[in-house]
Every structure is written in C-alpha cells, then in structure tokens.
Ligand binder design. Structure first.
Ligand code: EAX
Length: 297
C-alpha cells in the first residue's frame, strides 16, 4: 500500500489502520506492507501502477487522479467547501458515492474517500495575505490544470510538480512556495525549507483509497467486503489525525520558526481563483453538482 508521505503522516496512520483491520478480518490471510515517501513514485505513477498491476493499493490526493477521471475535478474548485463538516458530509453521502463509481470505470477500484485537508500557502520570500502578494512568486501546484489556473488567476506563477520532487525544488529555489494542508506541511517538516505560512484554506483536498483490478477482481465477495471495511478503518484514522493537526498544526509551525499569517483576504482570493478556474469544470460538466454541494452546507 503506497503513498507519497512519511510513515508517521495522516496517510501513514491510514495505512496502519487498514493493515490491522484487514489482518484481523482475514485471520492473517492478507498482510499489508506500507510503501511510504514516494518509494514507488509520485501520485500519477502510483495511479498508473495500479492500472497495470505493479501497485496493489494506494492513497492519493484527488487532484492528480482528475487527470484520469475528469469528473472528480469538481473537488479542485477553490473555496467550494465551507469547512470539514461540509466536506465530509458530501463525501460520505450520495455525491461521494456517485463519484467513487466514476473512478471505478478507469482501470481502478475506489475503496473509499479519505482526506488530505484544507490547503494553505507557504513560501520563502514574504508574508502573503492578499492576491497582490502572490505576484511574481513561483508556486508549486499539484499536477492539475484547474489548480494551476486558480493560482495563475490569483497572481502567482504556477509550476505543476510531483510531491516527491517538491522539497528539493524548494531547497534549490526552483520554486518559491507551495500549498498543502497542515497535515502535509507538518509531516514533511516544511519549516526546514519555508519561512512564511498563510492560512488561505483555498481548496479542500480529498484523498482516495484505491485498489488495483488485478488484486481486487480476484477477491471473493466476502474478501471484497473485508477490503472495504479496512478502508473505512483507514479513513477514520486519517481523519482523526487531520482533526488533531488542524488544532495543533499552526502552533507547531510557530514553534519551528515560521511566520504565520491568519489575517487573509479570502474573498479577494476566492474572486480571483474562481474567475480563473470554474469554467474548466462547468464547461464540460455544468453547475448542477456545484449547486448540490453548496446546498449541502
Ligand atoms: O497527497 O502533492 C501534494 O501536494 C499532495 O498533497 C500530497 O502528495 C499528498
């Protein structure tokens, strides 16, 4: 079971919970070995690995997967979700289920929506509290057209890049900044390569637990049920860690010397980001699902 973060991260805790539950339900028949920290490649590599069967299981953010399943790019729309309760309610509901089925038809099996978190900006140059502060900053984004457009719209120069290339790129100044949830910023010790944190919460980033068809199609119905149960245990462990770091994360950044900006002009960021990115979704898919999600607030 592969992912791009450290073994102690919210994804790593999710893998451990998955492994424990599956081992218990299968009476030791299935053993899960964790492949953390991008050992098997970046998230796009992991998705392709699942499709060809070189990877059994993985936890990835939804953004890179949107390149394979365009319908789920709805989650890349900035400022779509109000808070964690709103996001988790939608993902655990009918909308979440419908979108999981969309993933299933792409040489993948979606076991469950997990969580990465609300993304925030960091950089090494100066404090950022409004779009004008982003002008001239090279910001790494995930490999996702919509998120690149949103950052260009907010004034930055977006550079798409796999996560496992990010820290060296920040160290070498190839990019000035990046954006990730507190979960990733803390577990990756971003304070070693970044000075400024801005609590932009500009997009909610779901994660997803995926299985390879070459593994999943060979399972009995009972065994498939075990894998789904294990995925639910994994989601619970990951969300608990997200909740913990949402409460404690900012203090951790300050303790490690980062300058924290919480006075953010989110309305200005939302206006600029939405104007530059929403059409990339609404042109092919319309506004119905956006309206349903907004109505679920
Ligand atoms: O899914 O690429 C990213 O910034 C993601 O947040 C990370 O790989 C975890």
């Amino acid at each position: 079971m592969a992912h791009t973060l450290s073994s102690t991260s919210h994804y790593g805790l999710g893998v451990k919970a998955f492994a424990e539950k599956l081992n218990e339900l299968s009476n030791g028949k299935y053993q899960v070995t964790e492949a953390p920290a991008g050992q098997l490649g970046g998230e796009r590599d992991l998705i392709e690995g699942l499709q060809i069967g070189s990877v059994d299981l993985a936890i990835v953010a939804s953004a890179p997967l949107a390149n394979f399943v365009p319908e789920i790019s709805i989650f890349d729309l900035p400022f779509l979700f109000k808070d964690y309760e709103h996001a988790r309610t939608v993902l655990d509901g009918e909308i979440g289920d419908e979108l999981l089925k969309k993933v299933d038809g792409n040489g993948l099996h979606a076991l469950a929506w997990s969580e990465n978190g609300f993304r925030n900006l960091t950089n090494s140059k100066h404090a950022v509290s409004e779009p004008a502060d982003l002008v001239g900053l090279k910001i790494r984004t995930m490999e996702n057209r919509l998120q690149m457009a949103a950052f260009a719209g907010m004034g930055a120069s977006p550079t798409p890049m796999a996560f496992n290339e990010l820290i060296p790129a920040l160290q070498q100044g190839v990019v000035d900044g990046q954006e990730n949830p507190l979960t990733v910023i803390t577990s990756s010790r971003m304070w070693e390569v970044q000075k400024y944190f801005s609590a932009t919460r500009h997009v909610y980033s779901p994660a997803i637990i995926l299985a390879s068809p070459s593994l999943y199609d060979g399972l009995s119905d009972e065994e498939k049920h075990w894998f789904r149960e294990a995925a639910q245990a994994s989601v619970a462990a990951t969300r608990a860690e997200v909740t913990r770091l949402e409460a404690a994360g900012v203090e951790m950044l300050k303790t490690h010397g980062m300058t924290v900006t919480t006075n953010i002009d989110r309305a200005a960021f939302a206006k600029a980001a939405e104007a530059a990115s929403y059409e990339l979704y609404t042109d092919p898919f319309g506004t119905e699902l956006i309206d349903q999600i907004k109505a679920a607030e």
